[in-house]
Ligand binder design. Structure first.
Ligand code: ZN
Length: 322
């Protein structure tokens, strides 16, 4: 059995006890089948990275029709072909919305916060998933942010009021990301369609600055948790590396979009990548690191529960859900 499977201890569902992956192999057929079940239902997946307890929590899904501009350098026909080859329904694009709980140093942290129900009707169930996990918003001590796109930050505030949903949470994020989105000149640089979203960022992040720890470069930010610059998808997009003992796990955020498309085709540039070439370089670098470490990787929009093993496949990569 590959080392990574021995290293990561996973459990499925909320009631079952944790078990080592080199234990009952019956887990795998069920887990493989579940990979294509993006769902709007509140859902959780508990697992451990060494001594660190993690819980994947579902915020829902985002489905969109095919469009020629969804991937800058691939056609709709290529996209459908890759979805089918990856075992996904080729009829449309279906993106999961997976947020992560990390319990370390006696505290409970969220990585990203989902859509807040404000991006698409089929997403926004994060608080219900947290309830299923037995966690109240008040119990969240901190929030780590991968980046400032709406589907990752709107879950922090109540509707349009900017009232905080997680009143006790300090926040940790890339300094580059914070400075980029809060600069006054950004409206000149960004297209009109993003302006209302940027005005929203300007309405609360500066007010909340005393709750934000801004980090430059790759650094330990919590016991067992490092922030890793993975720029390109957004100017300061970051990944998080979780380790305890010999166990390793990477929350890669939007370093890659859907697994069936962007793991075998890391050269494809998704519509949401602000700088496609830089994002591709970050994607390849992080994938190589995941492979070298024999770790499990999680990307927000990989099919629920959004985590799997990445392996080298010639000049490209292959994905196996866990
Ligand atoms: Zn996203």
């Amino acid at each position: 059995m590959p080392l990574d499977r021995r290293r990561l201890v996973l459990s499925a569902g909320i009631t079952s006890a944790a078990f080592a992956l080199d234990g009952p192999l019956a887990l795998f057929p069920a887990a493989q089948a579940a990979q294509f079940n993006n769902t709007t239902e509140p859902s959780v997946r508990r697992f451990k990275v060494g001594e660190i307890e993690c819980i994947a929590v579902n915020d829902g899904l985002w489905e969109r029709e095919h469009a020629e501009d969804f991937i800058a350098n691939a056609s709709v026909a290529d996209t459908k072909k890759a979805l089918e080859a990856g075992g996904m329904d080729p009829a449309r694009i279906s993106m999961a919305m997976t947020v992560m709980i990390v319990k370390t140093g006696g505290k409970t942290y969220l990585i990203d916060t989902g859509t807040g129900g404000e991006v698409v009707k089929t997403a926004g169930t994060l608080l219900n998933s947290l309830k299923l996990a037995g966690i109240t918003p008040e119990q969240i001590d901190g929030i780590l942010l991968t980046h400032f796109h709406a589907d990752h930050i709107y879950g922090m505030m109540v509707g349009k009021t900017d009232e905080r949903i997680f009143p006790n949470a300090q926040m940790i994020m890339s300094e580059t990301e914070f400075n980029y989105w809060t600069q006054p000149d950004i409206f000149k640089e960004q297209p009109e369609r993003r302006h209302s979203y940027i005005r929203r960022i300007h309405s609360f992040f500066p007010k909340w600055k005393n709750m934000c720890t801004l980090v430059a470069g790759e650094k330990d930010v919590l016991p067992g948790v490092r922030i890793i610059p993975a720029f390109g998808h957004s100017p300061g997009h970051s990944a998080f590396h979780i380790s305890s003992g010999k166990d390793q796990f990477f929350y890669l955020g939007d370093t890659a979009n859907i697994q069936a498309l962007f793991v075998p085709n890391p050269q494809w540039h998704v519509f949401y990548d602000q700088d496609g070439a830089v994002a591709e370089a970050s994607r390849r670098k992080l994938f190589d690191r995941v492979v070298a470490e024999g770790a499990i990787a999680c990307c927000t929009h990989f099919a629920w529960p959004s985590m799997g093993k990445i392996s080298k496949d010639g000049k490209s990569y292959a994905y196996t859900a866990v």
